[in-house]
Structure formats: structure tokens, C-alpha cells
Design a protein around this ligand. Structure first.
Ligand SMILES: *Cc1c(COP(=O)(O)O)cnc(C)c1O
Length: 443
């Protein structure tokens, strides 16, 4: 027996439920808790929780009996409870918070499909979840049964994917894609697999965490037919790791699906190096690799969950070197306005000269690395990968493009208008202006 054997919990109120019902995901879905009365069968609510639950039009509340059983009513700082039960803090409109902070709607060529990066797309396949996270980044649409995507919209999403050969990686998200019935999910996976240029399919789901009973062998056998398929779960705190979750992850892993975890850094829930270290140890013990730790988005209703960015850096500082390298997630800020994920990390590069790099490790040991003096740069002309036809007239975008060709700068919008005061001056050097035009809209 390992000291990491995981518990299985059931609130006293549910003790009389038969095991057959308890282990049946349909029973769990039908018996989700939503109202003050339902929650108070388990434990008394605070005035703040009651006020939020009684506010009309609040962001949808549903909690599976399984997940509600993980709440310890005796603990005033329970890390599960505020993730799923609203408080009046959710009703406060904090300055700077937005409905669609990642500008996803702007990046949607068709409803429900977010095409932010060149080679991958995010498909919002449903707005339904098994349980709703209070800090949901998509609370503008998630939970609303009237916002669910129609068959026509799904067709439009598939048409877009079909006609965009640059997309090789499709992320299914929502809402929770595993809230679909097996047949419906299979038909979607089949349609995606029929598109030749889609190499990998990923699913983002918190169902293994909220409703592990849903990960039946029927489901995993079906998923196993559509490889390469990857799946990210969403665990924020070690208390969410139970025998049931471990079993669900084991089933998914045995079906050949590599598992990752995406967690959100949340004030009062997991903003602590010790919690994060225990979390990543338990995840890796279940063969789930920590993938991203997200800075909380600037979304309405989630202001009270935000931490300073420095807290995230402090957590990575406490993990890198202190534990297995593959247990360390990448800490990311999803840049407001649609900039995408920006990784942040403590700085390990201390200084550089023309022949030496000075680095420090996690212990604060400072070392130098002598650069080679006889380095022969990579020769694209003799490289079989670089010589591939599809790379011949491709322009590498972004900062990487600045390194790989002779462009000189990336300019903010309007930069050229502000900085052409000397354009007509006689002393102006005649130089190749094309080097200064990486902005497509300027061309
Ligand atoms: C997060 C995200 C992806 C996937 O990003 P990875 O860094 O490849 O995991 C793709 N599209 C959108 C819009 C995203 O938000």
C-alpha cells in the first residue's frame, strides 16, 4: 500500500443511496445540487452563499453529489466549496473584468470555433458541464442551454476545419465535450478524423473530476478508436483526487490516451507552493502530467479568485528543481484581448558575454557555461527537413521570424505614421524598407 492511496467519500446525506445509483453517472447528473434547500441537506450555507444562490440570473449552479461530497463542512477554508458554490463576492463587478477577456468571439470565423493559432483550433462543442466552476472563463455562454451550438453551426465549424489545411490540431472544449452521449461524441470524432490534415484531436474535460462515473469502459473503448487522441483534465487541489478519479484516469490511460492537467491559480484555494507540490505529486502518481497552471482570467464574477502574477512565479520557483521535471506545469497568462497564452517563469539566465553564459539553478548556485568558439551554424541548404517543399515560401511569423530571416523589427500598429517625420529629409539613408514591414496590414 502506498501512502498515496486515494480516499473515496460520500456525504452522510447520501449514505442511503444504493451503490448502483451512486456509481451511475446518470443518477449523479439527475441529482445535482442547485438550490439553497438542496445544499442545506448536506451542510448549512453561509449568508453570502445563500444570497448568491437566491440572486436571479446568477451564473448557473449545478454540483454532482459525488463532487459535493468532497467538501468538508467543518473546514471554513475548504478548497472545493468556493470552486462550485457561489458567494456574494461573485456578484461584485470588479473594475477591469470583462465578459470575453480572451476576445474569443473576435477570433471565431464561425460561431463556436476559435482560431487563434496558425496550426490549431479550439472547438466549443457544447455549453453544458457536469458541474460549473465559479471562475469559468466562458461564463458568457457556458451553462446557458439556449446558447448551445446548433447542428448547422457544427456543420459550419467542420466546413471551416475542412477548408483550412493549416489546422493539424483540434481542441474540443466547451462546456464539457464528455457531457455528450457516446454516440454523439463518436459521430463528431468520426467527422474530424475524415479530415485528412487533422493530425491530433485533444479533449479538455473536467468530467473525470466532477463525474468520474462517466468514464465507463464503453466510453474509453470508443475514444480509443480515434487515436492520436489526447485529453487534459482540470484538477486544482489535492482534495479533488479520489479513488474514483484515479480509476477514471487509469481507464483513459489504458485506452492509450495521454493525460495532462490544466489547473487555475486561485486565491484561497491553491495559491501555495506546498499545495501545488502535493497536487503535482498526486497527479504524476496517477500518470497525469501537469500541463498548464493558468493565471486566473479577467472575467466577470471571478475577481475574488485572482492572485498577483508573482504568486505564480513563486510557485514555479518552488517546483522547478525541487521535484521531477515532468511534474512542473508551464505557468501561463492568457493575454487579455486575445494575445493567447504567454508562459512566465522565474529567470534562470543571469548574464551573458560574447563567450560565456551565467546561469543559476534552483538552489541559487551560479555557474558559467562557456560558449563554443567553433560552432558551425545550421545549414538549411543541406538539411532535408528545411528543404521540404511546403517550407520554401513560408514566412515564419512572430518573434521567431525575426530570428530566422533578415527582418529587423515588429512594429506596433500606427508606428510608421508616428515615426515618418524624417521621411522627406535629405539626409535620410536609402535603405531597403521591406525589412521593416512584418505587419501584414501595412503591406
Ligand atoms: C489554449 C488554446 C489552444 C491550445 O494551446 P496550446 O498551447 O497548444 O495547448 C488553442 N486555441 C485556443 C484559442 C486556446 O485558447
Amino acid at each position: 500500500m502506498s501512502h498515496l492511496d486515494f480516499p473515496s467519500k460520500r456525504a452522510p446525506f447520501f449514505q442511503t443511496v444504493s451503490d448502483d445509483n451512486w456509481n451511475d453517472w446518470r443518477w449523479q447528473m439527475r441529482n445535482r445540487l442547485r438550490t439553497v434547500e438542496e445544499f442545506e441537506q448536506l451542510f448549512p450555507l453561509s449568508d453570502s452563499e445563500k444570497k448568491a444562490l437566491d440572486t436571479p440570473d446568477h451564473f448557473r449552479v449545478e454540483v454532482t453529489p459525488y463532487f459535493a461530497s468532497l467538501i468538508n463542512p467543518e473546514d471554513p477554508h475548504d478548497p472545493i466549496r468556493p470552486q462550485v458554490i457561489p458567494t456574494s463576492l461573485e456578484l461584485v463587478d470588479n473594475e477591469g473584468l470583462m465578459e470575453d477577456s480572451l476576445a474569443e468571439d473576435l477570433h471565431s470565423p464561425v460561431p463556436g470555433l476559435v482560431h487563434r493559432y496558425p496550426d490549431r483550433a479550439l472547438m466549443l462543442v457544447t455549453t453544458q458541464c457536469a458541474t460549473y466552476c465559479r471562475y469559468c472563463t466562458r461564463s458568457r455562454i457556458v451553462g446557458n442551454p439556449h446558447q448551445t451550438f446548433s447542428g448547422d453551426e457544427l456543420e459550419a465549424q467542420l466546413d471551416y476545419l475542412e477548408s483550412t489545411p493549416a489546422i493539424r490540431d483540434v481542441v474540443l472544449s466547451g462546456g464539457d465535450p464528455l457531457s455528450f452521449g457516446v454516440g454523439r461524441l463518436e459521430s463528431l470524432l468520426k467527422q474530424l478524423r475524415a479530415i485528412k490534415h487533422i493530425e491530433i484531436i485533444r479533449i479538455g474535460s473536467r468530467i473525470p473530476v466532477f463525474l468520474p462515473q462517466r468514464i465507463t469502459s464503453e466510453l474509453t473503448e470508443m475514444l480509443g478508436k480515434y487515436h492520436p487522441l489526447w485529453l487534459n483534465i482540470h484538477v486544482n487541489h489535492p482534495n479533488e483526487i479520489t479513488a474514483e478519479l484515479a480509476e477514471a484516469c487509469d481507464r483513459l490511460s489504458r485506452a492509450g490516451i495521454p493525460l495532462g492537467n490544466q489547473s487555475v491559480l486561485l486565491a484561497g484555494i491553491n495559491d501555495c507552493v506546498n499545495i501545488q507540490r502535493e497536487l503535482v505529486h498526486k497527479l504524476t502518481y496517477m500518470r497525469v502530467r501537469p500541463y498548464y497552471l493558468y493565471q486566473c482570467d479577467l472575467v466577470h464574477g471571478a475577481g475574488h479568485f485572482r492572485t498577483p502574477v508573482g504568486k505564480g512565479i513563486e510557485i514555479i520557483e518552488g517546483l522547478r528543481g525541487h521535484t521531477s521535471g515532468f511534474a512542473v506545469p508551464t505557468y501561463v497568462v492568457d493575454a487579455p484581448g486575445g494575445g493567447g497564452k504567454v508562459p512566465l517563469s522565474p529567470s534562470y539566465l543571469i548574464s551573458m558575454s560574447d563567450h560565456k553564459v551565467v546561469v543559476r539553478n534552483y538552489e541559487g548556485y551560479i555557474a558559467t557555461y562557456e560558449e563554443p568558439t567553433d560552432y558551425q551554424p545550421h545549414n538549411a541548404a543541406t538539411c532535408t527537413i528545411c528543404q521540404q517543399e511546403h517550407l520554401q515560401d513560408e514566412v515564419q511569423e512572430g518573434v521567431s521570424g525575426l530570428l530566422s530571416d533578415d527582418r529587423l523589427a515588429i512594429r506596433p500598429e500606427g508606428f510608421s505614421e508616428v515615426h515618418k517625420r524624417g521621411a522627406t529629409a535629405p539626409h535620410r539613408l536609402q535603405q531597403d524598407q521591406s525589412k521593416w514591414t512584418p505587419h501584414k496590414e501595412d503591406k
